[in-house]
Design a binder for this molecule. Structure first.
Ligand code: CP
Ligand code: NVA
Length: 330
């Protein structure tokens, strides 16, 4: 992105911004769709926006623009970080719960997309089937941002990449990461994120809970460019061996509440605890996208030991999403 900044008195005044990014006007549905340069561009701008926000430097790149946020599932971090992010960028965000929208009463997504495009400069969606986000993007004339589907959670994984840069340095190539738990939207997005970044990732899941085959195959193709080594296993201990980063997520995602008790039994050997981490690098960091269920996928001890990192990760949602919105909607 080529933005021209002119600051007066440590940035109180910003003269002009020009968005020449290749992401301008595009949807952001999956990390797999990004070029390596676009992937880097988002992370670099996120770091820059984080500095600007912390130093009180004005960065109203979306002045007068409006984001609609469709939620078909619950959220704490996503809703607040997108809404605050738009405010800090000089724009406004509208919370659109499917409980209140006509969408929730059966209005087709393709009609909703065309109507909302007449009012808004961008649409964010959190939904169940990934095809709903794809259909919204197909019919909308404004950029659509995926804020979690059953398949992917790309905003979160880009955020995790920024957090890894902060703790392990900007050169991510060759780092060793393990994801332990359910082969869900987070695991699948880590496959795409690590493939772009060049991080060697092992995903450890119980039998029958491995990530989606198509995602794995796509990620393997992306990994050829970056040199990342991606693998799947059932052995949590082997996955974690010498890992620089260990990540986990809930064993029962939104929409799987009825399976919770059964999953608790199936996943019991996949808890991130001190015993498991004894196999990792002595400088290992643990990531969790939150919400966390202590005593299930992570122990309280491991969580609290890594709390600073985990809450930095939560904060970074704000900075990364501001970068995504600036580049796509600016
Ligand atoms: N990590 C994450 O997406 O959190 P929320 O579900 O609270 O938005
Ligand atoms: N896998 C979890 C992520 C929550 C942010 C879910 O989909 O519920």
């Amino acid at each position: 992105m080529n933005m021209i900044f002119m600051y007066e008195d440590m940035g109180r005044k910003m003269a002009k911004t020009t968005n020449t990014s290749t992401l301008k006007g595009k949807d952001f549905l999956s990390i797999h769709d990004l070029t390596t340069d676009e992937f880097r561009e988002i992370l670099d701008l996120a770091a820059d926006l984080k500095t600007k926000q912390k130093c009180g430097i004005e960065h109203k790149y979306l002045e007068g623009k409006t984001l609609g946020m469709i939620f078909e599932k619950s959220s704490t971090r996503t809703r607040v970080s997108f809404e605050v992010g738009m405010y800090q960028l000089g724009g406004a965000a509208l919370f659109l719960s499917s409980r209140d929208l006509q969408l929730g009463r059966g209005e087709p997504i393709k009609d909703t997309a065309r109507v909302l495009s007449r009012y808004l400069d961008g649409i964010m969606i959190r939904t169940f089937g990934h095809e709903r986000a794809e259909e919204l993007a197909k019919y909308a004339d404004v950029p659509v941002i995926n804020a979690l589907t059953d398949l992917l959670h790309p905003c979160q994984v880009l955020t995790d990449m920024l957090t890894i840069c902060e703790y392990k340095g900007k050169n991510l190539k060759g780092l060793k990461m393990a994801y332990v738990g359910d082969g869900n939207n987070m695991a699948q997005s880590y496959l795409y994120g690590c493939a772009k970044a060049g991080i060697n990732l092992t995903v450890a899941t119980p039998e029958g809970y491995a990530p989606n085959d198509v995602v794995f195959e796509n990620a393997m193709r992306d990994a050829k460019e970056s040199g990342a080594v991606l693998s799947l296993t059932k052995d949590a201990k082997a996955a974690v061996r010498d890992a620089d980063i260990v990540a986990t997520d809930t064993w029962a995602s939104m929409g799987q509440e009825a399976e919770h008790d059964e999953r608790k039994k199936i996943f019991s050997a996949y808890q991130v605890n001190e015993d498991l981490l004894a196999n990792a690098s002595s400088r290992v960091i643990v990531l969790h996208c939150l919400p966390a269920y202590r005593g299930e996928e992570i122990t309280d001890e491991v969580f609290e030991k890594n709390a600073q990192i985990i809450f930095d990760e939560a904060e970074n949602r704000l900075h990364v999403q501001k970068a995504i919105m600036t580049l796509t909607m600016g």
